[in-house]
Design a protein around this ligand. Structure first.
Ligand SMILES: NC(=O)c1ccc[n+]([C@@H]2O[C@H](COP(=O)([O-])OP(=O)(O)OC[C@H]3O[C@@H](n4cnc5c(N)ncnc54)[C@H](O)[C@@H]3O)[C@@H](O)[C@H]2O)c1
Length: 346
């Protein structure tokens, strides 16, 4: 069997910590063929360090010369869509980092390119691969929760404004905690709820702490360069009557240092994901179910392995391209609703 020829666009931290290790672990079926970065020195360094045969400054040259089967898109968010569309048009399957894109139009262009070229487009929403989410999904699919009619999503940090990278730059990132951390929990909740169609979306975004200097638990940031929201609180009402409350923040005056969680509420049972607990009842008593022996698994590895297996063995990736359209549209509407102070129809 011919190995899957993989190229990587962007040679930053997520590539080194997640993508390269996962591809190397699959060396029996994957040939990590080339890497590129507009900062050529970074691409060269990564190629030397991990024995990748070729490195490039311009990904178009890589796509032209390397006869790739699959590409990881790991550039800054502003270039996700262009890089993914170009890779799909060059005949490659694409695994793109989250968030899908800067806006719905870009996400749609990516989706259409994948359909036109009949190539896989999937995204690195690795929380779906957490044991807790997998178990919850199984229990939900078996009917243990009945109809799920509410969810609460939390991705909150007390003072976790990153002091490095592009996280506070709206022009490059497209947003703040909503697209960086909130999106992971939002995706997990939508996945558990079966991606119901939204009816309307409302949100309020704030810039209350990031635009002034203060104590940082993730380095210190430059308030003059802080152009994203530091908190956003949102609400989705779905056409099936279910609702979802979302709370996300890089900096919030709360007790805990950090909370990443999804809570779902069904007619027969409810649950919190992290740590996993299921709340239900017998004929005579309320019950709590705990899962004390869950093994810690490497979610990022699982997510990239899922992409590799989809490319090599033709299985469907866990994250479907069409789901990226829903999540990106929710994000667009949450930002728009914040700007206009209006709930907005889907
Ligand atoms: N799944 C997750 O939990 C997770 C975690 C971290 C980062 N990410 C995502 O991964 C992506 C990269 O993040 P990172 O933390 O590795 O950032 P990073 O800044 O470390 O790396 C980004 C790299 O892209 C390069 N680049 C920018 N424009 C380019 C272009 N046009 N062509 C080629 N290279 C280009 C930059 O020079 C840089 O080396 C972002 O989309 C981010 O949201 C996802």
């Amino acid at each position: 069997m011919q190995k899957l020829r993989v190229g990587i666009i962007g040679a930053g931290q997520i590539v080194e910590t997640a993508h390269i290790p996962a591809y190397i672990k699959h060396r029996d079926i994957v040939e990590l063929t080339a890497i590129c970065d507009i900062n050529e020195e970074k691409a060269r360094h990564m190629a030397d360090k991990y024995g990748i045969a070729a490195y490039y400054k311009d990904y178009q040259d890589m796509l032209k010369e390397c006869k790739l089967d699959a590409v990881s898109v790991c550039v800054i968010n502003r270039f996700h869509a262009q890089a993914a569309v170009d890779a799909l048009n060059a005949g490659c399957h694409v695994l793109c980092e989250k968030p899908p894109a800067m806006n719905y139009e870009e996400a749609l262009a990516m989706y259409e390119a994948s359909k036109k070229n009949k190539k896989i487009l999937t995204f690195n929403f690795h929380f779906r691969h957490a044991q807790e989410i997998k178990i919850l999904k199984e229990l939900i699919d078996k009917g243990m929760f009945g109809n799920i009619y509410a969810a609460r999503v939390q991705a909150l940090r007390r003072r976790g404004i990153p002091g490095w990278g592009n996280f506070i730059n709206k022009e490059v990132q497209g947003g703040g905690p909503l697209i960086d951390i909130g999106i992971h929990m939002l995706d997990a909740a939508l996945y558990l709820m079966g991606f119901p169609e939204p009816d309307y979306v409302a949100a309020g975004a704030h810039q209350r702490i990031g635009n002034r200097s203060g104590v940082g638990l993730m380095g210190s940031w430059d308030p003059a360069k802080f152009t994203v929201e530091d908190s956003l609180f949102g609400f989705i009402r779905f056409k099936n009557g279910a609702t979802l409350n979302l709370e996300t923040s890089f900096a919030l005056n709360m007790k805990e240092e950090s909370i990443m969680n999804v809570h779902i509420f069904g007619e027969k049972a409810g649950a919190s994901a992290f740590p996993l607990e299921v709340f239900s009842e017998t004929d005579t008593a309320l019950t709590n179910m705990e899962f004390p022996y869950l093994q810690e698994i490497d979610k990022r590895y699982e997510s990239i392995a899922d992409f590799i297996n989809s490319c090599v063995y033709g299985k469907k990736p866990l994250y479907k391209a069409e789901e990226s359209l829903i999540i990106q549209k929710i994000i667009d509407i949450m930002y728009k609703s914040s700007e206009t102070s209006q709930p907005l129809k889907w």
